[in-house]
Design a protein. Structure first.
Lengths: 278, 273
């Protein structure tokens, strides 16, 4: 056999092997968590309150807390992030300042989440006297996911073809009208992807929320109440050795939630792409 | 010349445009008469497009662009600070070299400009209207405007049954006529066309030229073209550009049959370019 053919087969085998290995790890982790956790999941587990520190009962307040916290974080981060992205992509020319802003966002993205937790604790919880609360947790998560939203939105906005902007402007649209009518609608799939990824990340986040949203079992009555997210609940159950069965059950719900968000994102993307091609 | 009492539609006086240190347009002085098709020919890189985009202030959207000299439309200097480029572009239509339908329906493409205008007046004049949405008669008016614009661009018969379909699904020639219709919906009195037929088949080209000849009854048209034959067919007057300079201009027949400058002759006879 010729040498270049051998190297061709070797490359396919190596690259394919790497892909397979990655997939196998993902499948193993998900399979492991689901195998241990699924038997724990029942309607009662999903819809009742924990009892005896979580040894018995369900995780309903944690599910509510997780969803509320993540949703509030997105509500805060979305306008800030998309606004920044529009400004960077549409209203500024490439200068030292925009490069500095972009570098800053990248740095923000690289900060470990526990640091955000610490910052949120000092700033929102203590200095602004929000206490351990939904609000403090949501603001902290919002800052954490902001870089993702900014960068994905900016990419999405920049990928809108330049001629569409020129056409809009040539028809007498202002820059802002052009952004609203010609740019943002077409950048929407990319923006939504960033938002959904951020939502998924918020759902699973532990370190940033344990110091800011607290770990109360109770259903929150207002934005100033403390909540316990599923990730925090899992962490406490496992770390304190309270109940490994309930911990696995919580983990399984968490994994399913994150998977569901990702699959939903993928589905939405496909629909957007299909609609645009029509 | 006693018949020419009307002042020209467009007066360009000593216009220079720079991109960074490059002097793209080197002092152009031209008068463009109203209700004429004014052709601009010249080889690639002779700044025909830059000239065109100076007439609706599109050049300034590019970075490092600088301008000297004046452009007067209906006697008004469009580069005075008091002239709003947004309002200017709303009354000076432009069709680009490549057909660029916006990614929306045929109807929405044509209605894009008029809706901007009505959206603004609804907000500034009657805020309660913006909440209730356009009235029924406004909708009928817009329908009519879309229809007449598409008719003027010779596209109505081909798209009347699929106004809701995406503009991107039309053929190239249809897309370019859609772009023309979209421009016409603004009811401009000056239309700038930048090589509008460069990618089109002869039949679509003929349809666009036919549309232009009819349109000049109500507007003035500046037609930049790479295709000298198109200028010869459609333009009343023609200017020959070379390397950012105006070499010669005059009645189209004179430019093509009896050019004064050797370079014009070489270009129109196909010896270079």
């Amino acid at each position: 056999m010729k040498v270049h053919k051998i190297s061709q087969y070797a490359a396919v085998a190596l690259l394919g092997g790497a892909t397979l290995f990655t997939l196998a790890i993902v499948a193993f982790i998900i399979g492991f968590v689901l195998e241990k956790g699924l038997p724990q999941i029942s309607l009662e587990f999903l819809f009742s309150k924990p009892k005896d520190m979580g040894r018995e009962g369900g995780i309903f307040p944690a599910i509510v807390g997780t969803l509320l916290l993540s949703a509030m974080a997105i509500v805060v981060a979305l306008p800030l992030g998309v606004g920044t992205a529009v400004y960077l992509a549409e209203y500024t020319r490439e200068t030292r300042l925009t490069r500095a802003i972009r570098f800053g966002t990248d740095c923000l993205a690289g900060i470990p989440s526990i640091i955000f937790g610490l910052f949120g604790y000092i700033f929102f919880v203590t200095t602004l006297k929000m206490g351990w609360s939904l609000l403090a947790g949501a603001f902290t998560l919002a800052i954490m996911v902001l870089p993702t939203i900014i960068r994905t939105s900016e990419e999405a906005i920049r990928s809108v073809p330049q001629p569409w902007r020129e056409v809009s402007l040539s028809l007498g649209a202002t820059r802002w009208e052009t952004v609203r009518k010609a740019v943002l609608p077409n950048a929407l799939p990319g923006i939504i992807t960033g938002v959904m990824l951020s939502f998924g990340r918020s759902i699973g986040e532990t370190a940033a929320v344990i110091f800011t949203a607290g770990s109360s079992f109770r259903l929150p009555k207002s934005a100033f109440d403390s909540v316990r997210t599923m990730a925090v609940h899992f962490y406490i159950l496992a770390r304190e050795g309270i109940s490994s069965e309930k911990a696995y059950g919580t983990a399984a719900v968490l994994v399913i939630a994150v998977l569901a968000v990702n699959i939903l994102t993928y589905g939405l993307m496909q629909r957007f792409i299909a609609r645009r091609a029509r | 010349m006693s018949g020419e009492l009307r002042s020209p539609k467009v007066e360009v006086k000593g216009l220079k445009v720079f991109f960074g240190k490059d002097e793209a347009l080197r002092g152009i002085t031209i008068d463009i008469a109203a209700n004429r098709i004014f052709g601009v020919i010249g080889p690639a890189g002779s700044a025909k497009t830059t000239f065109l985009r100076a007439l609706n202030r599109m050049n300034e959207l590019k970075r490092d662009c600088r301008r000297e000299g004046q452009v007067l439309i209906d006697g008004e200097d469009i580069y005075l600070p008091s002239c709003d480029p947004v309002a200017l572009r709303a009354r000076v239509g432009m069709v680009f070299a490549m057909p660029v339908p916006l990614p929306m329906s045929v109807y929405d493409n044509v209605a894009y400009g008029p809706r901007l205008r009505s959206g603004r007046s609804a907000v500034s004049e009657a805020p309660h209207n913006a909440i209730r949405g356009p009235s029924r008669s406004a909708k009928a008016e817009l329908d009519e405007l879309v229809k007449t614009s598409l008719e003027s661009a010779f596209l109505w018969d081909e798209v009347k049954d699929r106004l809701g379909g995406s503009g991107l699904k039309l053929s190239g020639g249809q897309q370019q006529r859609l772009c023309l219709a979209r421009t016409l919906a603004m009811r401009p009195d000056l239309i700038l066309l930048d090589e509008p037929c460069s990618g089109l088949d002869p039949i679509s080209t003929a349809k666009i030229e036919e549309a232009l000849v009819i349109l000049k009854a109500r507007c003035t048209i500046v037609l930049v073209t790479n295709n000298t034959k198109q200028a010869a067919r459609a333009a009343d007057e023609t200017a020959f550009f070379l390397m950012g300079e105006l070499i010669e201009m005059g009645p189209t027949s004179a430019i093509f049959t009896n050019p004064a400058d050797k370079r014009t002759e070489d270009y129109v006879t196909g010896r270079f370019g």
